[in-house]
Design a protein around this ligand. Structure first.
Ligand code: NAD
Length: 493
């Protein structure tokens, strides 16, 4: 049974805004047509605020402002050190209000407060990281002795369109805003419609840090309206998108006539592969965290666990027992490990996969709503064992606290199972055999591999997926590459 945290009253932050607006050319504004949409609190599923519902007319205004700031404003022309100072101030401001950010984010998204706090700090770190990187940036020079010197001019591209999902909204926005701004671009951000609250804080932070007017613009609204208009705007040469693979494919098609630069961070169904020689207790701990942290709403979640048959029964028993101890609770409580899923639509999707799982695997933990949480989007950490490779819960991204465990007999079989899905974002390997670890990493179809480790990011490394998990890489200098043009200048001697 799930060890529940005591049921206490759900607490709303004291300083919730009365409405959420767009932010265009340095002003908070409503939609041109005056329309709004409901934003729900995932614990009660009641509307707690109305947000401006952006459409093409709002995107047009935001792009116009961003373009003006790019053509006429100081931002793209500043020295890297000057931009870097402002980015560091942004990081300082984010850090100084991390508790408040975490409260708002947790309230809006249902993420456990302790984890939302970690995400707020990561957002600050993303700004700091890119602030440092652009100052340290050097560009290539090539010499052909006696004939030529050739060098690279790195230039910001223009208005970057940033489209983000709801799972860790503020942090994921910072992952795009940081490098897009550091490199001198201006931006239009379209955050996810389920969770617009924390994005509205950027405007105040940027103003206080001294970001020039028009450099940052925010348009709220639905993907098919505001998102679509941004993708199809002829004056937005870059789109950085994070979201579902199917949305990524649609955006790819819609951006094709404009030949836009695209970066796509998409879905995942990442395997954690546990060999018999691994430290089993460490593997259990890490794989529990890997799929149940952030409510399981994590693109790199290790949502399929493949376990060598000789330790399979022992692993499943330990894993199920530990999953049952994960504390489901109200998002604002410090002890909560799994909060409320973001939205009733997403809750219904996850619950429907749990029902499918009951026909596809052996339920060993969870399996529905936790006791004591009769309303709101609460789901018990759910574990299915003996899941076959063709099961839907093995193949499809659930994006919730649900995991499938499958046995294997040989390294070849483990690799076939690991690679046998359309996704290829992350993989986690647990083994003490050094040769196997490196050879397996090489053969696995995943953009990122962690050996005997949780998902711990190094911001300098490439971030991205293969197959249906993405296109292109961000992270470190790869982000700088995405947000800049590299012009080659040739000099004949
Ligand atoms: P989603 O694709 O439904 O929406 C993402 C964003 O795209 C939202 O802002 C949405 O409004 C917008 N959008 C939707 N349709 C659009 C359209 N036609 N044109 C333009 N914009 C459009 O994804 P989601 O449900 O918000 O997020 C969950 C997904 O994100 C999961 O699949 C998860 O794996 C993925 N994700 C990936 C990463 C990564 O780095 N690879 C990180 C986090 C989340």
């Amino acid at each position: 049974m799930t060890d529940l945290s005591p049921v206490t009253e759900h607490r709303a932050p004291a300083d919730l805004p009365e409405r959420i607006q767009h932010y265009i050319d340095g002003q908070f504004v409503d939609s041109v047509d005056g329309t709004t949409f409901d934003v729900l609190d995932p614990v009660t599923n009641q509307t707690y605020v109305q947000a401006a519902a952006g459409k093409k007319a709002d995107i047009d205004l935001a792009v116009e402002a961003a373009q003006r700031a790019f053509r006429e404003g100081p931002w793209p022309r500043m020295l890297p050190r000057e931009r870097s100072r402002i980015l560091h101030r942004i990081a300082d401001l984010v850090e100084s209000q991390d508790q408040r950010l975490a409260q708002l984010e947790s309230y809006d998204s249902g993420l456990p407060i302790s984890q939302a706090l970690g995400q707020a700090r990561r957002a600050a770190e993303n700004f700091r990281f890119f602030a440092d990187l652009i100052v340290a940036q050097s560009d290539d020079t090539y010499k052909v002795p006696g004939r030529q010197i050739n060098y690279v001019n790195r230039k910001p591209i223009g208005v970057a369109g940033l489209i983000t999902p709801w799972n860790t909204p503020f942090m994921l926005e910072s992952w795009k805003l940081g490098p897009a701004l550091a490199t001198g671009n201006t931006v239009v951000l379209k955050p996810a419609e389920f969770t617009p609250l924390s994005a509205s804080l950027w405007a105040g932070i940027f103003e206080e840090a001294g970001l020039p007017q028009g450099v940052f613009n925010l348009v709220n609204g639905f993907g098919e309206d505001a998102g679509d208009a941004l993708v199809k705007h002829p004056d937005v040469p870059l789109i950085s998108f994070t979201g579902e693979s199917s949305t990524g494919a649609l955006i790819f098609a819609n951006a094709a006539p404009f030949l836009k630069g695209l970066s796509m961070e998409l879905g995942g169904k990442s395997p954690a592969i546990v060999f018999a020689d691994a430290d089993l207790d460490a593997a259990v701990d890490a794989t529990i965290f890997g799929v149940f942290s952030l409510n399981g709403e994590r693109c790199t979640a290790g949502s399929r666990i493949l376990v060598e048959r000789s330790v399979y029964d022992e692993f499943v028993e330990k894993y199920a027992a530990q999953a049952a101890r994960v504390r489901v609770g109200y998002p604002h409580e410090e002890t909560t490990e799994v909060g409320a899923l973001v939205h009733p639509e997403h809750f219904d999707k996850v619950m429907s996969y749990i029902e499918i799982g009951k026909t596809e695997g052996r339920l060993v933990a969870g399996g529905g709503r936790p006791e004591g949480f009769e309303s709101g989007n609460f789901v018990s950490p759910t574990v299915f064992a003996d899941v076959a490779a063709d099961a839907r819960i093995f193949q499809e991204e659930i994006f919730g606290p649900v995991v499938a465990i499958t046995p294997f007999d040989t390294d070849e079989e483990a690799l076939e199972l690991a690679n046998g899905v359309k996704y290829g974002l992350a993989a986690y390997l647990w083994t003490n055999d050094l040769k196997r670890a490196h050879n397996f990493s090489q053969a696995i179809e995943a953009g990122m591999v962690w050996l005997n480790s949780n998902n711990v990011r190094d911001l300098r490394t490439p971030f991205g997926g293969v197959k249906a998990s993405g296109l292109g890489h961000e992270g470190g200098y790869r982000s700088i590459d995405f947000y800049t043009d590299q012009q080659a200048v040739h000099i004949t001697l």
